[in-house]
Design a protein around this ligand. Sequence first.
Ligand SMILES: Cc1ncc(COP(=O)(O)OP(=O)(O)O)c(N)n1
Ligand code: 3NM
Ligand code: MG
Length: 365
Amino acid sequence: MNSNNSTPTLRVLDANANRAAEGMRTLEETARFLLSAAELQFQFKNLRHDLSLAIARLPRLELLASRNTPDDIGTKTSTPSEQSRPDTASLIASASSRVQQALRCLEEYGKSIDVEFASQVEQIRYRVYDVTARLECLSLTTDTRRQRLASARLYALIDAGDGVDEMQTRMKLLADSGVGVIQLRDRQLDDRTLYERACVGASVARELGVLWIINDRPDIAFAADADGVHVGQEELPVTAVRRIVGAERLIGLSTHDMDQVQTAMGSCADYLGCGPTFPSTTKQFSSFAGCDFLQSVSDYFAQLEVVPRPAFAIGGITTDNVQQVADAGFDRIAVTSGLAGDDVTKAARVFLETLKTNDAPVAGR
Ligand SMILES: Cc1ncc(COP(=O)(O)OP(=O)(O)O)c(N)n1
Ligand SMILES: Cc1nc(C(=O)O)sc1CCOP(=O)(O)O
Ligand SMILES: [Mg+2]
C-alpha cells in the first residue's frame, strides 16, 4: 500500500464508498420489492459484497477518522431533482447514476492509495453499468405493459386460425377496431405449433401496439416473448406462474366467485377475468356466475382503499347483452365469438360505445 494517505483523499473515498453502497442497496430493494426481479436483486447483492471487499483494503481507522460530516459543505446542497422521484424508472436512473459517479470517484482517488483497490472498483463499475441498464429497462417495460393494460377496454380471444397469415390478418382487424389485448387460446395445437404461432403473434402484436397474452402456458408466453399469460383456477398458482414469466410480463387470472376475487387481490395477478356471465358457444358451463357476480365485483372494488386490478367480464358477451354488463358496473370485456363474426369493426364499435357510456361504478380502475 502506498503511504500517500492524505485526509482529503480519505474523505472522498469514505463519502463515495457510502454513496455507492447506499445507491446499490436502493437498487437492490427496487429489484426485490417493486419489480420482483430475483436475478437482478442477486446481482446487486453480489456487487455490494464485492464493493465491501474492495473497501476492506483501505485503512478503515483512518477512513473513519477522516469523516467530518458536520463540516461537509456538500451535505447542505441539494437540487430540486434530488427531491422528486416521479416513478420507478426515474428513481432507478438517478440511483444508478449516483452509484456510477461514486464508483468513478473511488477509482480515481483510490489510485493514489492502492492500485489494486482502484482496479477492483473499475471492474465493479463495469458490472454496475450492465445491471443498472437491465433494471431500468425492466422497469420501463413493466410500466408500459401495465399502463397499456389499464387503458384497454376490449380484449379478444382468438385461436391460431388456419395459418400464420390468417391469424395475422385477424389480429390486425381486431387492433384496428379498438381491441387492446389479444389472447391466443388454442387447445388443439401441438406445443411446437403453438409456440411458433405465439412467436409470430408476439411480433405482430408489437407492431400493432396491442398486448399479446398466451392462454394456459406460462412457459410458452415466456419463450415466445409474449406480453403475458392467462391462467385459470385449476392451473398453476400465480406465484409459480410469476416465477416462470418474470416480473415484467402480465398475469391474468380467471375468477368465478367473490372468494376467488378477494384472493386474487392479494396475489400478484395483474388483471382478472370475471365470468361466466352468459351462456357461451365457445365453452360449456354447468352454472353461471352471471351479472350478479359482476355487480358484486364492482361493489367490492368501489369500497377498496387500494386501486383494484383491471377486471374483464367474460362469457357469452355479445352486442345484444353488453348493456347488462355495463349496468353491472363493468367497462371492460373479454370476448371470443362476439368478435369473430364478419363485421368485427361494427361489433367492436358497439361494445366500446356501450362500455364508454357506463355511468355505474366502474370495476377495475
Ligand atoms: C380473459 C380470460 N378470462 C377467463 C379465461 C378462462 O380461463 P380458464 O378458466 O383457465 O379457462 P380456459 O380458457 O383455459 O378454458 C380466459 N382464458 N381469459
Ligand atoms: C374461455 C372462457 N372462460 C370463461 C370464464 O368465464 O372463465 S368464459 C369463456 C368463453 C369466452 O368466449 P365467448 O366470448 O365466445 O363466450
Ligand atoms: Mg386456462
